[in-house]
Design a protein around this ligand. Sequence first.
Ligand code: NDP
Length: 258
Amino acid sequence: MSVRTLAKPLTGRVAVVTGASSGIGEAAAEHLAELGARVAVLARRADRLDGLVSRIERNGGTALAVAADVTDTGAVRSAAGRVAAELGAAGLLFNNAGVMLPAPIEELAEDQWRHQIDLNITGLMNVIGAFTPQLVEAAGDQGVADLINTSSIAAQNIFPNFAVYSGTKAYVTHLSRHLRVELGPKNVRVSAIEPGIVGTELQSHVTDDGALRWLEGSKEAMEWLTPEDIARTVGFVATLPPRVNLQQVTVMPTGQPS
Ligand code: NDP
């Protein structure tokens, strides 16, 4: 194996990253490009995506900005068409866009419930629906493809006032386990990444005072993960030999108890 192959093990693969305009998705897009993938970056903020594409291209990579709202089924289908036409069939999908809006259930924050369900579940499914045919095609051509969904430690553990968010992430983890069994025979590996707390814009959307105090306290009590930590995990999952499928990867800050 040449040094170039070792340094850029994703050369020849097309990666799609949703939620790529900030945080984990942005870091993952840059890392996957460094590993040699041609990367399509999806989110709503086109200016942020353009900046990311410029950075990737300055570093010698290839990237395509596709501004789209993943809750809009038609927009995601069009995005998938553009990716196939301009980069080729997607063989790595990091399905990562999401939002976390904790609040006590008795506050009946129904708009926030809906927002989380629409994005974390329906948006995730829109992306799976639009790109699964490409993953299967790429796996047929290249012998392996990856569907990597961003779940959360909230899918496993109990956090008071995070019930709706945690429910959406339990959906993501359980769905991923089922899809692994369905798609594995077609050489599409399916993984759920379950991070503990990562410092990103995610926390800036939280409006509940109790949750904000909890987050502030946890920031003082431990060193949070960085988006790059999760990006490296995604790169690791996608560069394993085709016979190896990490089904669930839980990545915790060393100091986070649960
Ligand atoms: P960020 O808020 O930094 O990133 C969220 C991304 O999702 C942004 O790029 C945002 O871009 C995009 N997004 C939001 N709404 C839409 C939409 N309707 N259509 C398309 N894109 C959208 O947070 P993180 O990077 O932390 O979050 C990434 C994932 O990681 C989420 O699924 C989150 O639940 C999960 N996670 C995060 C943890 C953490 O502690 N940070 C821990 C565990 C899991 P734009 O606004 O431009 O559309």
